[in-house]
Write a protein that binds this ligand. Structure first.
Ligand SMILES: *[C@@H]1O[C@H](CO)[C@@H](O)[C@H](O)[C@H]1NC(C)=O
Ligand SMILES: *[C@@H]1O[C@H](CO)[C@@H](O)[C@H](O)[C@H]1NC(C)=O
Ligand SMILES: *[C@@H]1O[C@H](CO)[C@@H](O)[C@H](O)[C@H]1NC(C)=O
Length: 347
């Protein structure tokens, strides 16, 4: 089957499943439903333990331009954050174009971040991923900004967050540094994008080796209900653009780990396309559309959905049994939705 036919088939399956869901809300189910609700209310009155609402957060990628597009996406992010009470924002990298920041006095911090996301609802923690553009100047400065800003959170180039959901249930968000990992994969005399700009303390072989050991250990020890790994680079993608060999090899390095340790989702940016791919049970969420522009794209064998004609962000809702991701455009319109259920199968 060709990629287009495969895409159509997946879209049909998706539509069917969505319809099936809607059909279940039939009037005949209303009475049992009411009975259940009454029971739940009664239970809640008797045992007024802590009420756990779903975890909401937003993600955005490839955004740090200072452009009107970034501003427009930011406005919608603020509205979504306000509406759902988002607890944090997660970035998938390229926080500052064109070359990261030099130091804590770099004017880009104000013009391309602080002056863009001004709304009250966005004064929440921002968990940062490093992109290749960020590596062109000081990684240390982006880490150090965590100490200055009330919201910017980058404790180190890669880190893990274990986030409570309810009861004993948790979500692990494991933030990697793709350029750092590529340090492990680059062959002698092979060229890398922006290689002359990179600081080998963060992008060299030793850094890559250390990070890979860390990632393996963190995944092996993760006991969370959900595991999301984040990295700037796509491991596979619909975008039609130049790749350096080292970027291609990142997938071969990481996919076996993801399969072995049950990673549910890999979130990435780098390619300026909204996309959703599926490979060996791992869902790939591409979201590099936060304010730069779009790349040419076409469906691959593993494509479930893609669009390269909008700018936007994603809203994430997580409970112990469900993850719901909505791709939003700069007007707040939902372009695509992913629902994952805790039996590890994708709806
Ligand atoms: C941040 O502040 C802490 C405590 O003052 C200090 O130990 C740490 O070195 C600082 N980190 C950076 C990157 O400046
Ligand atoms: C890398 O370049 C150096 C200098 O040109 C050469 O001596 C060496 O053989 C090259 N290594 C590989 C693996 O091609
Ligand atoms: C995509 O699927 C087709 C048909 O199954 C296959 O021939 C082709 O090699 C696949 N392409 C890639 C990149 O895996």
């Amino acid at each position: 089957m060709g990629p287009v036919a495969r895409l159509r088939r997946l879209q049909r399956q998706l539509t069917l499943k969505v319809q099936f869901q809607q059909n279940r809300f039939h009037a005949a189910l209303l009475l049992p439903l009411l009975a259940i609700i009454s029971l739940c209310v009664a239970w809640g009155l008797l045992y007024s333990g802590p009420v756990h609402k779903p975890l909401y957060f937003l993600s955005v990628g490839d955004y740090g331009t200072g452009s009107v597009e970034q501003r427009a996406v930011g406005n919608q992010m603020a509205e979504a954050a306000e509406k759902h009470g988002a607890e944090f924002v997660l970035t998938v990298g390229d926080n500052f174009y064109p070359r990261g920041i030099k130091d804590l006095n770099d004017p880009l911090i104000k013009s391309n971040f602080e002056d863009i996301y001004v709304e009250k609802s966005l004064q929440i923690p921002w968990y940062i991923t490093l992109g290749d553009h960020d590596h062109r100047e000081s990684v240390a400065a982006q880490i150090a900004y965590s100490n200055v800003s009330k919201r910017w959170q980058l404790p180190s180039p890669y880190y893990i967050m274990n986030i409570p959901l309810s009861g004993i249930h948790t979500l692990d968000i494991i933030v990697t540094d793709s350029v750092g990992l590529e340090g492990l994969l680059v062959k002698e005399n092979e060229t890398r994008r922006f290689e002359n700009d990179y600081d080998m303390t963060y992008a060299g072989l030793e850094a890559g080796r250390r990070q890979f050991e860390w990632l393996t250990e963190v995944l092996a020890n993760s006991k969370a209900d959900w595991r999301i790994v984040v990295g700037h680079r796509p491991l596979q993608s619909c975008a039609d653009r130049k790749r350096f060999p080292v970027e291609e090899r990142l997938r071969d390095l990481l996919l076996p780990l993801f399969v072995e340790y049950g990673v549910h989702v890999y979130m990435h940016g780098h390619d300026h396309v909204g996309q959703h791919l599926l490979d060996k049970g791992v869902v790939y969420v591409g979201n590099g559309v936060g304010g730069f522009g779009v790349h040419p794209a076409r469906a691959t064998n593993n494509t479930v959905w893609f669009r390269n004609d909008y700018m936007g962000f994603i809203t994430h809702k997580v409970t112990p049994s469900l993850m719901e991701f909505k791709y939003k455009n700069h007007k707040g319109v939902t372009m695509h939705k992913i629902i994952l259920k805790q039996d590890y199968s994708e709806m």
